[in-house]
Design a protein around this ligand. Structure first.
Ligand code: JFZ
Length: 484
């Protein structure tokens, strides 16, 4: 009898402790094997606070790369630099001392932050990421920790403040891009410091970096997050403990602060995803000039895709070569991003005078004209949970539950296939650009429909709103199932 009691209590103990260990990882499978990490992910799964909710609902953002590299614009002494314009300092044809004196010429006479913000607003961007300091180390704000700043240019004024104020004024949230790599700062090095002198010197660089970041959050209190870059060097990857503590300091300064996966590595040098495969930071920052193709690719994480107009130019290059993306291609990338729970961020590289080039202005206008009619299918929208079809992308509003068909390819039949989850039927179907006019659909299998389009030629992608209903409608499909 005693033995039986003992067996029962051991059994109960095993059940209870199993449940406790599973409860620690909601959403994770019971077989999850994990090692204890001091500097790994701080949260498993998505952050669900209001700030992060705002972030995931932006849909469209603008990236701006602006700095000294805009002056040479991808050329030096008449020669074309084939790399990304903002990297020209690393070109063997460009003498470092020449580049490092460009700041004496930085005097953007045509710079008007309000015009940039108005253009971004018209495009439909709901956030902007601005390069406060790129790899060259030049600061577009008057940092007190270095002389290599806007304050020592002929322009003198705080360009970053002008930009933050202008975007704030039109209701576009500001995020600050910051490069850890700093080619100008003494103490910075790419390799792990080895000698005592190198180590001491790298310590000064770490202190400098922390000071600049705290300064940015202090001076620009409306900024919602930091977008880190230049974090792949061995020297920085080895700084897991320092970066983790800096991360906490910055978050303590600004509750709700948003930082992506490109800031700190874990203690084993794992970047973006820690040793256990969990995302470090608040969203995945690895979708650079590339896009996922299916929902499984994003592993349930928030993410943004940052995209250039030509193949790989971020800063101003006066001579774009190769394929230049059209507004239709960019709108398709934005639609795909929304359909897989991501934000799409389009890059702009203003020139040395502070002007946004005509090609970019034209694209912004075309995207904005499309967004003016169709933004409802992008903002606050995410994965619809429906099977992808060849005509384009489904999105679903997290606020209204409405679904959207963003159509890029019309089949020769003129009919679009839609498969709804079982128990759902189509209640309303209309185009966003013709809301008064209902579209017709035919049920061809259970929960599977063909939507018939008018036979009109389309030159732009368009959106069909699908309001579904879970009310049991008598299915038109009365056929008996084939017996096999
Ligand atoms: C970096 C910068 O070097 C570049 O100049 C630009 O600012 C861009 C936004 O970021 O370049 C990268 C960084 C990461 C990847 C590719 C280019 N990546 O993860 O594929």
């Amino acid at each position: 009898m005693n033995k039986l009691k003992q067996a029962i209590s051991i059994f109960l103990w095993v059940i209870v402790s199993l449940q406790v260990s599973m409860a620690q990882f909601p959403g994770a499978s019971a077989q999850r094997v994990s090692v204890a990490l001091e500097h790994g992910a701080h949260h498993l799964g998505k952050r669900m606070d209001p700030q992060m909710d705002t972030w995931r609902n932006y849909g469209l953002g603008q990236f701006i790369h602006w700095g000294l590299y805009a002056i040479p614009g991808g050329h030096w002494q008449g020669k074309y630099y084939p790399g990304a314009a903002e990297w020209i300092r690393s070109w063997d044809q460009m003498p470092h001392d020449v580049y490092d004196n460009l700041y004496k010429q930085f005097d953007p006479k045509k710079f008007n932050a309000k015009e940039w913000a108005a253009q971004a607003k018209q495009m439909g961007a709901r956030y902007v990421i601005i390069t406060t300091k790129h790899h060259d180390g030049f600061c577009i704000w008057p940092s007190q920790y270095t002389d290599y700043t806007i304050a020592n240019t002929p322009y003198k004024k705080d360009v970053l403040k002008e930009i933050v104020d202008a975007y704030d004024a039109v209701g576009i949230d500001v995020y600050l891009y910051f490069s850890i790599i700093d080619w100008h700062q003494p103490g910075y090095q790419a390799d792990e410091p080895k000698t005592t002198t190198e180590k001491a010197s790298y310590e000064t660089f770490k202190a400098f970096t922390a000071n600049q970041l705290k300064e940015l959050l202090t001076n620009y209190p409306s900024a919602k997050g930091l977008w880190f870059d230049g974090t792949w060097d061995a020297s920085w990857v080895a700084q897991a403990a320092f970066a983790d503590s800096l991360d906490s300091t910055l978050r303590a300064m600004r509750p709700g602060l948003i930082i992506g996966s490109r800031f700190r590595a874990d203690e084993n040098g794992k970047r973006h995803f820690d040793t256990n495969g969990d995302l470090i930071g608040d969203y995945e920052q690895g979708w650079e000039r590339k896009l996922p193709s299916k929902i499984e690719d994003v592993h349930g994480n928030d993410w943004d895709c940052v995209m250039t107009v030509p193949e790989n130019q971020w800063g101003y290059h006066s001579e774009w070569r190769g394929h230049i993306k059209t507004s239709t291609e960019l709108i398709e990338m934005m639609a795909l991003s929304a359909s897989l729970d991501g934000n799409f961020v389009l890059n702009f590289g203003p020139d040395g005078q502070g002007q946004i080039r005509q090609e970019e202005t034209k694209l912004a206008k075309e995207i904005g004209d499309w967004m003016a009619v169709n933004h409802e299918a992008i903002y606050d929208c995410g994965y619809a949970g429906l099977q992808k079809q060849d005509w384009g992308y489904f999105t679903k509003s997290g606020k209204t539950g409405k679904m959207y068909l963003i159509v890029f390819n019309i089949p020769v039949s003129g009919q679009l296939k839609v498969k709804l989850p079982s128990g759902q039927s189509i209640a309303q179907l209309y185009r966003l650009d013709q809301p008064g006019k209902k579209l017709s659909s035919e049920e061809i299998h259970k929960n599977e429909y063909l939507v018939t389009l008018d036979k009109t030629a389309e030159s732009k992608p368009f959106v069909i709103v699908l309001e579904s209903s879970s009310q049991k409608k008598e299915s038109a499909m009365q056929y008996e199932k084939a017996r096999t």
